[in-house]
Design a protein around this ligand. Structure first.
Ligand SMILES: Cc1ncc(COP(=O)(O)O)c(C=O)c1O
Length: 455
């Protein structure tokens, strides 16, 4: 089966009664789910809606079995030999928080992050700096993607307890050499935490072999249901963490005066779990395991190259990050001179059924340093096809043709999409109405939500 045939597995991409099918280029935010994931979640509620690990009846037995099977599947995908390395959480944000708040920090100890971390790998450190006196060191990352090993060494030499970095950037798709970073960090007796959010969906990992101490993943970026995430920790590293939450399932026993924690991973999984989601994530991993990562990668690079090449003769469109799409396979981040990024996104959605992401992508700090308001991001995954890119290119070209290039400052609004069909006319007027509404009325869509800049 080719990747083209796989598209039919994703119900959200079906052709709608009006003959259109969605063009989804926002998988870096959240991927779509195949039918098998929906079926697995339905089966949970329909066939064995139990609570794993507590009751002894058949529903609970079945849930427990599937829950642990998903744990083993994550371990296999990520290259952890021991399934108990896998802690079920809500998302990678929670995984990073568990490490950050679970380590026994001493005043003055240092964490090393980069200058382009998602807020999930920034804000928690800022709070620890304020409240527990840790120090944050920042590693600059060149936009070209060239990794500066000397800068890393220089910071490690200051004495770093934990290196906490993205593996692939949600901003422009560039990747860091995580094996080299891990080796260098370990040479300086620092532990490593990698935010694998944008990398794990695209290829299997070998975390044990590479010696990664902690690794954070979101299931909803890799074909799984929302609110599923894991922390994959090396067993000795996990054993040092203090749980974020305590309660049911986290203890061996308790008296009115004391309790004893269960071993990892159970001590970190407090309360009744997201069983439907985890069973669904298991189906997502099964789906991914049947795909050829090399084929996925070459598909993503080809799509990205198609867009990059098409934009080469659009002087007002500037692509961010490494120039070669092979160095940022699943992400094409760009600005359109003279047009606010959110207006670009609205124009593409309303006029061309193309869904992209706009704004600061939860990396506010990076934009603040450069004093730029944001950009547009198209992200590609296994179900995208060349015609998706062509629709994006057509939309951007129409926009550029219709908005005069009067200066390069962002903030200029896009026109309503051209009224080529009654549906487009209706969509265009919705967009125009949305744009002219005062900010409050646009909450959740458009400019009022920009400041919130959600991830
Ligand atoms: C690189 C990166 N880190 C962390 C996150 C946060 O992921 P989640 O919201 O699933 O916790 C994202 C989400 O887009 C991301 O792209």
């Amino acid at each position: 089966m080719t990747l083209d045939d796989r598209r039919a597995d994703f119900p959200a991409l079906r052709t709608r009664p009006d003959g259109t099918s969605p063009i989804y280029l926002d998988s870096a935010c959240m991927s779509l789910v195949p039918q098998t994931v929906l079926d697995a979640m339905t089966a949970y509620y329909r066939d064995f809606p139990g609570c794993g690990g507590r009751s002894l009846h058949r529903f609970a037995e079945e849930v427990g079995r599937r829950y642990e099977a998903t744990r083993a599947a994550f371990a296999a995908r990520l290259g952890r030999q021991d399934p108990s390395s896998i802690v079920f959480l809500r998302n990678s944000t929670e995984a990073i928080n568990l490490v950050a708040q679970g380590l026994d920090w001493k005043r003055g100890e240092r964490v090393l992050i980069s200058d382009r971390e998602h807020n999930s790998n920034l804000v928690v450190w800022q709070r620890l700096a304020l409240e527990r006196g840790i120090r944050i060191e920042v590693l600059p990352i060149a936009d070209s993607g060239t990794f500066d090993a000397e800068a890393l060494e220089e910071r490690l030499a200051r004495g770093v307890r934990l290196v906490s970095l993205f593996q692939s950037s949600n901003l422009d798709g560039l990747s860091l050499p995580i094996r080299e970073i891990t080796d260098r960090a370990h040479d300086h007796r620092a532990q490593v935490l990698f935010d694998g959010c944008q990398a794990a969906p695209h290829e299997p990992m070998e975390l044990d072999r590479w010696g990664i101490d902690f690794y954070a993943v979101s299931g909803h970026k890799m074909l799984g249901p929302t609110g599923t995430g894991i922390l994959a920790g090396a067993p000795p590293a996990l054993a040092t963490l203090r749980p974020l939450l305590l309660g049911g399932e986290t203890v061996e026993w308790s008296t009115l005066a004391a309790h004893e924690l269960r071993p990892p991973p159970y001590r970190f999984e407090a309360g009744l779990q997201n069983y439907a989601g985890i069973v669904g994530a298991g189906a997502a991993l099964e789906y991914l395991a049947a795909l050829d990562p090399a084929e996925m990668r070459s598909r993503e690079v080809a799509l990205n190259r198609r867009f990059t090449d098409a934009m080469a003769d659009e002087p007002r469109v500037r692509l961010l990050g490494p120039s070669d799409p092979a160095d940022r396979p699943s992400v094409a981040a760009f600005t359109v001179a003279g047009v606010d990024p959110h207006d670009v996104a609205l124009f593409l959605d309303e006029g061309h059924q193309v869904m992209v992401r706009s704004g600061r992508h939860c990396v506010h700090s990076w934009y603040a340093e450069r004093a730029i308001p944001g950009n547009v991001r198209a992200s590609f995954y296994l179900y995208n096809r060349p015609s998706d890119v062509d629709a994006l290119v057509e939309g951007v070209r129409e926009l550029v043709a219709r908005v005069p290039a009067t200066g390069t400052s962002a903030g200029r609004k896009a026109p309503a999409p051209r009224a080529a069909s009654p549906r487009r006319r209706a969509a265009g007027s919705r967009a125009a109405a949305a744009r002219s509404a005062p900010p409050r009325r646009r909450a959740g869509r458009g400019r009022a939500a920009y400041g919130a800049g959600s991830g």
